[in-house]
Ligand binder design. Structure first.
Ligand code: BGC
Length: 803
């Protein structure tokens, strides 16, 4: 007995020592990694001496004279140069990294910082340079809705997801959305919104596709630029992300994207290029991944040669959160700001400078880009934000923009539904509607309108029996209906179990209700990619729900409508023949249910068009051969502590590296080239009315194609059409896509019989392709076909032109 006791004590003791050692090292590691505001004072000798000034503005009027950098009448470049000339090297290095995650993790004292802001540009108190606050994200501002010790709230508007905004194909409307988002940032004291996301939908499984716009770079570029212009019109900045080729979430911090130069230029960089040229954003966010062996955050070719020298980007580049592995290399490459900033990076920068590896010239370049943002900010102008944005006005904007981006995929005389009809709502997501994706692209909105509420608001009767089935299902599975909180909610899409309807129940509903609406919901988000089973593919319960509901309702001559409340593409070919109508509602933000009801009731005529192809099979995507298939979720700590695999032999395909073997053949470029049938083609979307394309013409003058056509609404309902211009080069001597989108426009609201003349101007240079051997853009001579269409596979007229 005694012997055992002694053994147990020894083991216990050893365990204790082990735990203490791990704890000690863990604590030391964390301490050397994380930054707190106090560190700013304690760690840096010069900075310590100036702490008295605290985080407040210098009293500008104390001597009645402004320095050049403070004087708003002076040109910005001179103000920047003046501020830079007054800074010590310690202050400069200090400015290159943010102040850590304290604010985002709620580690700030009440009244300090802006709770929920994920990053900062640190202040320089001696010069009165203020703290700049950075906050997510693409579907609206993400800050904490409540603050310790305060009874009021700080909700933000959840706008539609990026993919839905792209589906509007409406630049003015998207700019209006951006404007509203930017206004919330301004009025809540945030200086930069960390969005939009402009990565290409290379494959339907990317968990963050919902934040991104399209499989096409031109649509991505113009919609992205519209958001940026809208947000920045408020005097707050954007961070266009994630530059570049961050097309998967699996091992996103270390994945090496192996891509040809041509695919980079024509597909992955092109959208960013258009955004930079059309909107000159304040900032760009470098991505976590590597491209062809080098972390983008340390990639001088991408951050300096392409972004700055080729495209003339004038803003600053910040890292993605904890992105990049070598702080001095990041600064040298042109990644000016390290976010959220760690002590390790700070020390590494100081050391690199002391040892001559990071020159003051390089530091000055990055610091002056940061100073430019700080000096141009509303904070610097001492703008008094009221913490009171007009959320009601913004709710109207989100409602109308969401309905404009919803895409009618099928309609066999089922829609619109006359009001006051009794509607049987089926599927959990009819009641539990999804406003947006998870992760940093999520928004803390005050409310979210479900489809049930939306239909009720629009004057429909909600069938009680169907509602009761849902309610008792929810009661019986109450635990699964609780949304995970905090960190878990950020990285785990929330999925309660689906309702299983019996044939008897459905027959009963079919006898009572006038129409059935089934909602199929999907969610995804940061930190994980999607998978085929029960995600891209419907679950067997969902398949049966559609099948049985259609049978029951069709037997009594009643219609069935499927609403897709999804953030990414799903399989539709196996079931879409069954229902009478399919509406792709995407995830429409906090007013989503009202927006869907506006379309179902006919208050709004659908005019959304697909920014992505819906393939028949996953395999039809050329990228499917080289995309992670098992959706391996990330460990959030990988961002901070993760380690890359060094040995070539140990590297795992599609995880440690991903070969973009399909080259430029992404989305419709591939489906067209390989002559594959698709479920719904790129650019497709139905309306309740019809449009005619009349009298197309083209002239080439001054290296510009001028194309014109007239669009006429030929039915008796008001509506909008998207005119799409594709260009193809028949008999090309090189390997080229069959056609590529080169311009688009959305008509105004056309009354019945009303026409609108549309004119496009496309520079001839836009017809060029990237010539790998010459390392440059090149234009082929010969005949080009200009194809005007209502979708990529519904071309109304073809005009030939000689270049
Ligand atoms: C995401 C970024 C986001 C940042 C700050 C990162 O994990 O990739 O998109 O802006 O966190 O929240």
């Amino acid at each position: 007995m005694k012997k055992y006791l002694k053994k147990a004590l020894i083991i216990l003791g050893a365990l204790l020592v082990l735990i203490l050692t791990i704890g000690l090292f863990g604590w030391l590691y964390l301490k050397s990694t994380f930054l707190t505001i106090e560190d700013d004072y304690a760690e840096n000798k010069d900075f310590k001496e100036i702490t008295e000034a605290a985080y407040t503005f210098k009293d500008r009027n104390s001597n009645g004279k402004l320095d050049v950098y403070e004087d708003e009448r002076e040109p910005i470049d001179e103000r920047v140069a003046d501020a830079l000339s007054q800074m010590t090297i310690d202050e400069k290095i200090h400015l290159l990294k943010g102040s850590g995650l304290a604010s985002a993790l709620g580690m700030v004292e009440p009244g300090e910082g802006i709770p929920g802001a994920v990053g900062t540009i640190v202040p320089t108190p001696r010069l009165g340079l203020p703290t700049i606050y950075l906050s997510d994200g693409p579907a609206g501002l993400r800050i904490e809705p409540t603050r310790e010790g305060e009874s009021r709230t700080y909700y933000c508007t959840a706008f539609p997801i990026g993919t839905l905004l792209a589906s509007t194909w409406n630049i003015e409307l998207v700019e209006e959305v951006g404007n509203a988002m930017g206004n919330e940032a301004l009025e809540y004291g945030l200086d930069v919104i960390l969005g939009p996301g402009a990565n290409i939908h290379r494959h339907p499984f990317c968990g963050r596709n919902f934040e991104y716009f399209s499989e096409d770079p031109l649509l991505t570029g113009y919609i992205g630029a519209a958001i940026v212009n809208g947000i920045e019109a408020n005097g707050v900045g954007t961070s266009v992300k994630h530059f570049v080729a961050n097309n998967q979430e699996t091992n996103r911090n270390f994945n090496d994207a192996l891509i040809s130069e041509r695919a980079m230029r024509e597909i992955y960089l092109k959208g960013f290029e258009i955004i930079v040229k059309e909107s000159q954003p304040w900032t760009v966010m470098s991505s976590y991944n590597k491209v062809n062996g080098t972390y983008v955050a340390q990639n001088k070719k991408l951050l300096t040669d392409v972004l700055r020298n080729d495209w003339k980007f004038e803003g600053l580049v910040m890292s993605d959160w904890f992105g990049g592995q070598d702080a001095p290399a990041m600064i040298s490459a042109g990644n000016d700001l390290l976010e959220p900033g760690t002590k390790r990076q700070w020390k590494a920068l100081i050391k690199a400078h002391e040892e001559g590896e990071l020159s003051e010239k390089e530091i000055d370049l990055s610091v002056s880009r940061i100073l430019k943002l700080v000096i141009a900010s509303k904070k610097m102008q001492n703008y008094k934000y009221g913490n009171n944005p007009d959320l009601e006005a913004h709710a109207k904007i989100t409602r109308s923009s969401a309905s404009e981006g919803m895409v009618l995929l099928k309609n066999e005389s089922a829609l619109p539904i006359p009001k006051a009809k009794n509607v049987a709502l089926l599927g959990i997501n009819s009641f539990d509607f999804i406003a947006g994706g998870t992760g940093s692209g999520d928004v803390n909105e005050a409310y979210s309108i479900s489809l049930e509420e939306g239909l009720r608001n629009a004057g429909f009767k909600i069938n009680t029996a169907a509602k009761n089935i849902y309610e008792s299902h929810k009661k019986n599975n109450s635990k699964e209906f609780i949304k995970p909180e905090g960190m878990k909610a950020m990285f785990t899409p929330y999925f309660p179990p689906q309702v299983i309807y019996s044939i008897e129940q459905l027959n009963q509903l079919a006898s009572e209700a006038d129409v059935a609406i089934i909602t199929i919901g999907r969610n995804a988000g940061e930190g994980g990619d999607r998978v085929a089973k029960d995600d891209f593919l419907l679950t067997s319960i969902e398949q049966k729900m559609i099948e049985d509901t259609c049978k029951a309702f069709h037997e009594v001559n009643k219609k069935v409508i499927v609403v897709l409340n999804i953030g990414g593409v799903i399989e539709t070919a196996s079931w879409s023949a069954k229902p009478d109508a399919v509406l792709l509602a995407w995830q429409g933000g906090q007013e989503g249910g009202n927006s869907v009801a506006d379309i179902l009731s006919g208050k709004v005529n659908p005019s959304g068009k697909l920014p992505v192809t819906f393939p028949i099979n996953l395999d039809d995507h050329a990228s499917n051969k080289n995309f992670p298939q098992n959706g391996e979720p990330m460990n959030p700590l990988d961002m901070i502590f993760g380690k890359e695999v060094e040995a070539e032999a140990d590297k795992i395909k599609d995880k440690d590296y991903t070969k973009y073997e399909e080259g430029i053949y992404v989305g419709y470029r591939h489906f067209d080239k390989s002559k594959l049938n698709v479920s719904y083609p790129f650019g497709f979307g139905m309306s309740y009315t019809n449009f005619e394309f009349i009298e197309p013409s083209i002239i080439v003058e001054n290296d510009t194609l001028t194309i014109s056509t007239t669009i006429k609404n030929s039915k008796n309902l008001v509506g909008k059409e998207v005119v799409q211009v594709y260009v193809s080069k028949p008999n090309s001597s090189i390997d080229r896509p069959e056609q590529e989108l080169k311009a688009f426009v959305k008509t105004k609201s056309l009354a019945p019989e009303e026409s609108q003349n549309i004119i496009f101007q496309i520079p001839v240079s836009e017809l060029s392709y990237w010539n790998e051997s010459k390392y440059g853009w090149e234009i082929e001579r010969g005949t080009y076909s200009i194809r005007l269409g209502s979708s990529s596979r519904d071309i109304k007229s073809v005009l030939d032109v000689e270049i």
